[in-house]
Write a protein that binds this ligand. Structure first.
Ligand code: SF4
Length: 349
């Protein structure tokens, strides 16, 4: 597997006054074979970043690198970064059987030591294998997407992504359009596939509880910028940025429901407007420890905070990050990678 890196990536739509910078100077690395969870609210730029990685959004600054090579310079026909979309209803062609949809994504030409599937029999066998890999009966290959449930369709979307033999999979809110009763089984499938195949994965969600369930690292995006990133255990146990702290406090505990997050002050507050991001720290109009409550912190309204290292891999962009300096404080096991609490989580549809 490969490392995916966003190097000072900027995505801007439109021009001048009417323009919108959806992603602004994002630096993020998804190490080979690991899962980076990207969390942020609606409008933070999560999906735009995902789309930029696969060429569906314009990279107007910086670069997206796959093992050091700009993805725009990869050979034509290679699609090493696969994106699984939020909506399984629109991501599959309703006129194609699920077997045809998966077979369409199989490589016809061998490259980089990867197998090619040139004849019909080989494709048929591989489709059956992929269906079983995502927990579906191989006999469903003749079904049309409309005959399947939302959870089954999302499994087909995952199988189709894996069919392309990707180096990196980006999962963009893949459980948020699903019924709560099946979200757990899809999350468990993602975890199993990642471990079994050693996938490099960028897992995007607005729900920190979902992100922490599958991620080795967590990155927090706010109004187009990464405000905190670090190993999941450390970041969740010791969040440095006030926005992350609010997200962590709002996320359910190991003993609560993973998917039903309680109301949080952050969720209640008016989200920032990406068309007119605030000067200085973009979070300052909502910050519970910023200039709204501490007059002396007026620097937050004028100076963009630089990223501060809280430890070797843990960084936050805040003038008043909670603590600076390494710490070897043990992390409670309940904080991250908690078992999925739903009794239905292991039940496939
Ligand atoms: S820089 Fe200031 S406003 Fe921004 S998060 Fe830190 S304390 Fe809050």
């Amino acid at each position: 597997m490969s490392t995916l890196a966003f190097e000072d990536v900027r995505v801007r739509y439109g021009t001048h006054r009417s323009g919108l910078t959806a992603v602004d100077g994002v630096e993020l690395t998804v190490p080979s074979g690991s899962v980076v969870g990207l969390v942020g609210e609606s409008g933070s730029g999560k999906s735009t970043l995902a789309r930029a990685a696969v060429g569906l959004a314009p990279v107007t600054g910086g670069r997206v690198l796959l093992d050091g090579t700009d993805v725009r310079r990869l050979p034509r026909g290679r699609r090493p970064v696969q994106l699984v979309f939020q909506d399984p209803y629109s991501s599959l062609d309703p006129r194609m059987t699920v077997g045809e949809s998966i077979a369409e994504a199989l490589p016809r030409r061998a490259f980089g030591g990867r197998q090619a599937f040139r004849d019909r029999k080989a494709r048929h066998g591989e489709v059956a294998r992929l269906l079983e890999l995502v927990g579906l009966d191989a006999g469903r290959s003749g079904a049309l997407p409309g005959e399947l449930s939302g959870g089954q369709r999302q499994r087909i979307a995952l199988a189709r992504a894996l069919a392309a033999r990707p180096e990196v999979v980006i999962a963009d809110e893949i459980t948020s359009a699903l019924d709560v009763s099946v979200q757990g089984s899809v999350l468990n499938l993602v975890r199993e596939l990642q471990r079994e195949l050693g996938l490099t994965m960028l897992f995007i969600s607005h729900n920190l509880a979902v992100v922490r369930y599958v991620s080795d690292y967590v990155a927090v995006l706010y109004l187009g910028r990464i405000v905190e990133v670090g190993p999941a255990e450390r970041l969740l146990a010791d969040p440095q940025h006030p926005y992350t702290r609010e997200l962590v406090e709002a996320a359910p505990s190991a003993h609560g429901s993973l998917l039903a997050a309680p109301d949080s002050p952050v969720a209640d507050a008016e989200p920032g407007d990406p068309h007119r991001p605030p000067a200085g720290c973009r979070f300052h109009p909502r910050c519970p420890v910023g200039p709204l409550v501490e007059e002396a912190r007026s620097i937050c309204t004028t100076v963009d905070p630089a990223t501060v290292a809280a430890s070797r891999e843990h960084r936050a962009a805040c003038h008043f990050a909670a603590a600076v300096g390494d710490t070897d404080t043990p992390v409670p096991n309940s904080v991250v990678r908690t078992g999925f609490p739903s009794a239905r989580s292991d039940t496939l549809e």
